[in-house]
Design a protein. Structure first.
Length: 282
């Protein structure tokens, strides 16, 4: 394999693009907060690739933010959530200066209520959509992604409404070792079967990583989300901060670990989660 091909493979396994917008059972986390460093460091002018990504997190719902922004006692439940994603990457022959990706994401959700002794689990509402990007400079990427979340998940874990998740994405390699990857976008939702209609929400996810060696890349994470008030749902917001480590195991694989915790919020569950991402390209 040529040096150019190896570089492309490293980029593709690092950049599994986006993810989340999960069921209300697992909504302590902000939209797309599963991303890691290099998520949007995307190439152009490459041969088609496939990528499989497995995201997972464990969230303890011990605290929540009330309408005054104070931390109060939460449900005490534990959510274990997986996201299995397949991505097809290609660069069109008609315009090799852009890149394209099509994705299918299937959530797996389990929520245990320790106080009531009950558990809800099943396959959540799947997402599918596309991404398009180009490189304004050799060390930067700018793009757009849009996904539809379809309410066909299991009855215990489905959010029961359609969603569109659209965002701008970017990545800037600030130096040989320092990199910034981020997104900013909106989630639009229709009415749920119980008659409630969540408001449109804005989110942004920021990752700043420093590669200390060929193997290890520690990073800091900041995630923010604000949802508008509607006639049936109160407005909410949350700010999360996290620390993580990306392990560049092989040219076509990587593992990313992160702990995330809410700093402030209002009418929103407080994040307290351990997160895992495994990516494999072929």
């Amino acid at each position: 394999m040529t040096t150019h091909s190896l570089h492309m493979r490293r980029l593709l396994v690092s950049s599994a693009l986006m993810l989340s917008g999960l069921s209300g059972l697992a909504q302590a986390q902000t939209t797309f907060d599963v991303i890691g460093p290099h998520e949007y460091e995307l190439p152009v002018g490459f041969e088609p690739f496939n990528v499989f990504v497995q995201y997972a997190y464990v969230q303890r719902n011990n605290r929540t933010f009330d309408g005054d922004g104070d931390r109060v006692k939460g449900s005490g439940s534990t959510a274990i959530v997986g996201l299995s994603k397949y991505v097809r990457f290609w660069s069109p022959q008609s315009n090799p200066k852009i890149g394209l990706a099509y994705e299918v994401i299937v959530p797996e959700i389990s929520v245990r209520d320790h106080r009531a002794g009950t558990q809800a689990s099943g396959v959540g509402d799947p997402l599918t959509g596309f991404a398009i990007w180009y490189k304004p400079s050799p060390n930067s990427t700018l793009g757009f992604q849009s996904f539809i979340q379809i309410p066909v998940g299991g009855s215990d874990v489905s959010d029961t409404n359609w969603k569109n998740l659209s965002s701008v994405l970017w990545d800037v390699r600030l130096s040989d070792r320092l990199g910034w990857t981020a997104d900013a976008g909106f989630v639009f939702q229709d009415e749920k079967t119980d008659g409630t209609r969540p408001g449109t929400s804005f989110h942004t996810n920021q990752r700043l990583g420093y590669r200390t060696s060929d193997l290890f890349e520690p990073f800091v994470a900041v995630d923010y989300e604000r949802s508008a008030k509607t006639s049936t749902v109160a407005g909410s917001h949350v700010l999360d901060a996290g620390l993580g480590l990306m392990v560049h195991t092989f040219d076509n694989q990587s593992i990313t670990l992160r702990y995330s915790k809410s700093v402030s919020g209002e009418n929103h569950a407080a994040n307290n989660s351990f997160n895992l991402k495994y990516a494999y390209a072929w």
